[in-house]
Design a protein around this ligand. Structure first.
Ligand SMILES: [Zn+2]
Length: 88
């Protein structure tokens, strides 16, 4: 998977995903250019879906188990999502 980089000179090209959030040199003008931090559009959609899913689960836990259940369940789910995020 490659991600997009755009230089101030207007040149657009693709770089290895390892460079996400880092710097690379423009192949046209040589200027150091910031690479997008987010990996790709699908990754953004997955992050949004995970955040929305977390909210839905916490609301359901609150409705079914009360504030303590929502707090504990929400914290546990956030920890699981955090681990998944770190592994990806
Ligand atoms: Zn350039």
């Amino acid at each position: 998977m490659q991600i997009r980089a755009r230089c101030a000179c207007g040149h657009l090209w693709y770089v290895a995903q390892d460079l996400a959030g880092g710097l690379t040199n423009c192949p046209r003008c040589g200027k150091a250019t910031q690479v997008d931090g987010l990996r790709d559009p699908l990754w953004r959609v997955l992050q949004g879906a995970a955040a929305l899913g977390w909210v839905v689960v916490v609301v359901l836990l609150y409705a079914n188990t009360g504030p303590l259940g929502a707090l504990l369940g929400g914290a546990a789910l956030a920890a699981i999502l955090g681990l998944i995020y770190l592994m990806m």
